[in-house]
Design a protein around this ligand. Sequence first.
Ligand SMILES: NC(=O)c1ccc[n+]([C@@H]2O[C@H](COP(=O)([O-])OP(=O)(O)OC[C@H]3O[C@@H](n4cnc5c(N)ncnc54)[C@H](O)[C@@H]3O)[C@@H](O)[C@H]2O)c1
Ligand SMILES: O=P(O)(O)OC[C@H](O)CO
Length: 331
Amino acid sequence: MKTVVIGSGSWGTALAQTLADNGQDVTIYGVNAAEVNDINENHKNSKYFAETALNPVLRATTDLSVVKDADVVVLAVPTIAIEPICKEIDPLLTKKAIVVNVAKGFNPKTNERLSDVIRRCISPDHLSSVVSLIGPSHAEEVVIRQLTSIDAVSQNDADAIAIQNLFSNKYLRIYTGNDEVGSELGAAIKNVMAIASGILSGLGYGDNTRAALITRGLQEMIRYGTYFGGKEETFIGLTGIGDLIVTCTSVHSRNFEAGHQIGSENTVENFFRDNTKTVEGVRTAKIVHEVAKEKGIDMPICEEVYQILYEGKEPKDCANDLMIRKLKAEF
Ligand SMILES: NC(=O)c1ccc[n+]([C@@H]2O[C@H](COP(=O)([O-])OP(=O)(O)OC[C@H]3O[C@@H](n4cnc5c(N)ncnc54)[C@H](O)[C@@H]3O)[C@@H](O)[C@H]2O)c1
Ligand SMILES: O=P(O)(O)OC[C@H](O)CO
């Protein structure tokens, strides 16, 4: 199997190294020459992993024609780049490839789920199926081979199993799934909850608050996901509660980190001025706000994050407003 990983950032590098560790034929395609050269010449990706030594067989290129003849193409770019990169690679593919998406969120232009974007932009002659490889997984831990479990989710069972076998090894255990809607919506919305968790931490709240946020955040994810046809059980799996826990509680999470800055400063001003990192929950909060409003889905935590990010509401007021809503039964 020839695999090309599109994206020389943190997750693309960690996943490509996993395939290199598995003895697979894998090349990273990157647009950033400094990242590509660092991988090829120094066996590092210093921008993301400081001093971590990468598997020395790992290779990267800035030449997109590398996707010719690929059996598997892994899209490890931010959500904003998924549609443009699919349109770029489609004419270069020479056979039906399994396209693996690892991004978490929605297409910012159309609010589509990412698997739908890929199916729309890659012609049927070049696409076997789309597999979402998602779950609780910080690149910083996978790159140093910390034990991790995630899901390969697809409408095509055989392709999900192929991706499970391709990536699994003694430190990365992949489960398969077929609930594309539930898995992708869970993985997207947990980033908004991670921003909320960071905000509460930045405001000075502790363990009780975070447990409440994760539990009630999961209820919002279930409400939104089942509205669109996702299965409730998916949300108690790796792409639901699993990813929610890892992102709401980790110093590695860029969404949590963003929220922590916003909460501790009680404003979004400096975050929006200075941020250069991939913080997917920011765009997702806007999309969830728009869709939930249109469909009448009750998403109180997501709505307060939206109000902070886009409507100038102060974080401390949002936390208070969530607590003094009309009292009700838990279920
Ligand atoms: N980092 C993680 O731990 C992790 C884990 C699971 C999922 N993800 C998801 O993976 C996606 C990618 O995130 P990341 O963490 O790797 O981001 P990152 O910021 O570390 O790297 C993004 C990379 O994409 C590249 N890129 C941007 N546009 C491109 C294009 N058009 N063509 C080729 N390359 C392009 C950038 O140059 C950069 O190298 C996000 O949706 C994120 O939520 C990340
Ligand atoms: O750094 P974050 O917040 O994008 O989180 C990375 C992964 O999605 C965790 O599973």
